[in-house]
Design a protein around this ligand. Structure first.
Ligand code: PRP
Length: 212
């Protein structure tokens, strides 16, 4: 009997965008389209596929440990989590930029390599950027969301965060000070699955590669 291939998806908009993409290569999961549902696992019996919805930062964890064969997750999370997985495809949606942001007045502090405070959901990315790339000593403060508050309440001088439309920054009188890297959704694969099930897995990767 053919085994199920499992996809770990990020709860929310990214999951719906992934479904739309998969539909273009004939992979459907009608049950998952119900936005009011609280269900976490969905099965397509005909195609022998399973899908589950996880918190973004946990997606690479499920894939590394083999609880999912595939995952779809932002490059920001992959860089932050640094899991042992194969990153196989840039899916070209979920596009945004990882940036250093803050009030205009913090620009000077960055230029003069002052010791500044950086608030972020991405401490590893921030550390790598300031310590390894810029050779600037900073204090990194981990937050779990609404990171833009950091400079507004004087917790930090700047933030490291993703910027999509820029409206959160604008509405809070903050600006992009430096750009770290572009971000988009990526398809990731468990390393053992790739060895054990190469035909089925490569068929899906190649199908998606043609349309992104
Ligand atoms: C993200 C990010 C920014 C915002 C950027 O937050 O952390 O705050 O979106 O988007 P924009 O440039 O289009 O305004 P998210 O909505 O994920 O919530 P969070 O602050 O709780 O992380």
């Amino acid at each position: 009997m053919e085994r199920y291939l499992t996809f770990a998806l990020c709860k929310g908009r990214l999951a719906f965008q992934t479904l739309e993409l998969l539909e273009k290569i004939g992979i459907h999961c009608e049950e998952m389209k119900d936005k009011s549902s609280r269900k976490l696992i969905f099965v397509n019996e005909d195609l022998k596929l399973k899908f589950f919805l996880a918190k973004g930062p946990d997606v690479p964890t499920y894939v590394e440990y083999g609880a999912a064969d595939f995952g779809v997750v932002g490059k920001d999370i992959l860089m932050e989590e640094n899991r042992r997985i194969y990153e196989v495809l840039d899916l070209s949606f979920g596009k945004c930029r990882m940036c250093v942001c803050g009030p205009e007045t913090s620009k000077e502090k960055l230029l003069h390599h002052e010791k500044i405070r950086v608030a972020t959901k991405y401490p590893h990315i921030a550390k790598d950027y300031f310590f390894n790339k810029k050779h600037q000593t900073v204090d990194i403060i981990k937050l779990n969301g609404s990171v833009e508050l950091g400079p507004l309440v004087e917790l930090s001088d700047v933030i490291v965060d993703i910027v999509e439309t820029g409206s959160t920054l604008k509405e809070n009188n903050l600006v992009v000070l430096e750009e770290i890297c572009p971000v988009s959704a990526r398809l990731i694969v468990n390393q053992v699955s790739m060895q054990m099930n190469p035909e089925r897995i490569k068929k899906i990767i190649n199908g998606l590669r043609k349309i992104v």
